[in-house]
Design a protein around this ligand. Structure first.
Ligand code: ATR
Length: 272
């Protein structure tokens, strides 16, 4: 049977095996999909052994997305732009690296949630790997503007430098956000994840009709989404849809078939 896996550390919590098993069932593809725990510093070796054992593809999660790009023989433009790889595909004796995270969030926003990016003013909170990964796919949607706001200004400026040739991207200090407002606000930070209650952004960011998207997800509404709702966002979603859609994009790369994601939402979060 064709073999796939998600590799990470930790990896026990990953929903990817459940998602890909559902895709395989629905599309009639015969494959196995397992979890691979790699020791820190041991990514390349575990990936190489998986390939020797006949493995055809890997989803890559924390903390190995940079290592995955480093071991690849070839990489897509979107993996280069993201500076990270979440999907590896075996191509003969080589690894091909891709990154489907950005395509996943765009598909969730524009297709599942009906939130257009085109001609909209978008605010990206954060300037780490998660923010970098969505820049090129967001720009391809032709927003009116993308504003990046990050606690550490030099990281926001570096993203502007990297992507400004591709579209209207600017950085602002967190303090400069006061008085600005947006159509779509995307949280790409880890602020609030460890239970801290005060989030670092000013009130008033949400225009009437605006949408708040958190790239992380949880069983309960995230701290960012609670804050966004209280701050006037008209609609919101967490990153579960991005998770499912990035998995679907990986499945397309591996199998050449696009699975219907709707039944998988029903499986992971009945009533979404
Ligand atoms: P990831 O790959 O998930 O993006 P990362 O590269 O560590 O992880 O980036 C985390 C992001 O969350 C950064 O933008 C970080 O801000 P700094 O660049 O200033 O560190 C942001 N972040 C984390 N905790 C935060 C907090 N309490 N307040 C504001 N921003 C925070």
């Amino acid at each position: 049977m064709d073999r796939y896996a998600v590799i990470g550390n930790p990896v026990a919590h990953s929903k990817s095996p459940q998602i890909h098993a559902a895709f395989a069932r629905a599309t009639g593809q015969e494959l196995t999909y397992e979890r691979l725990l790699a020791p820190l510093g041991g990514f390349a070796e575990v990936a190489a052994q998986f390939a020797r054992d006949g493995g055809l593809g890997l989803n890559v999660t924390v903390p190995f997305k940079l290592d995955a790009l480093a071991i690849a023989d070839k990489a897509s433009e979107r993996a280069h732009a993201a500076g990270a790889c979440n999907t590896l595909k075996r191509d003969g004796e080589e690894w091909y690296a891709d990154n489907t995270d950005g395509a996943g969030i765009i598909r969730d926003l524009t297709f599942n949630l009906g939130v257009p990016i085109r001609h909209r003013d978008v605010l990206v909170l954060g300037a780490g790997g998660a923010a970098r990964g969505i820049m090129l796919p967001l720009l391809h949607e032709e927003p009116r503007s993308i504003t990046i706001a990050n606690r550490t200004m030099v990281k926001a400026d570096a993203l502007v430098e990297r992507f400004s040739a591709q579209g209207p991207v600017a950085s602002v200090e967190l303090s400069e956000l006061a008085g600005m407002d947006f159509d779509v606000v995307i949280n790409a930070t880890s602020a609030g994840l460890s239970g801290d209650v005060t989030l670092p952004w000013p009130a008033g960011l949400f225009r009437p009709g605006s949408f708040a998207y958190d790239m992380v997800y949880g069983d309960a509404p995230t701290a960012f989404l609670r804050w966004a709702r209280a701050g006037g966002a008209a609609r919101w979603a967490d990153g579960l849809g991005m998770l499912v859609e990035q998995a679907a994009e990986s499945f397309v790369l591996w199998r050449g078939v696009r699975p219907d994601t709707r039944p998988v939402f029903a499986l992971l979060r009945p009533g979404r």
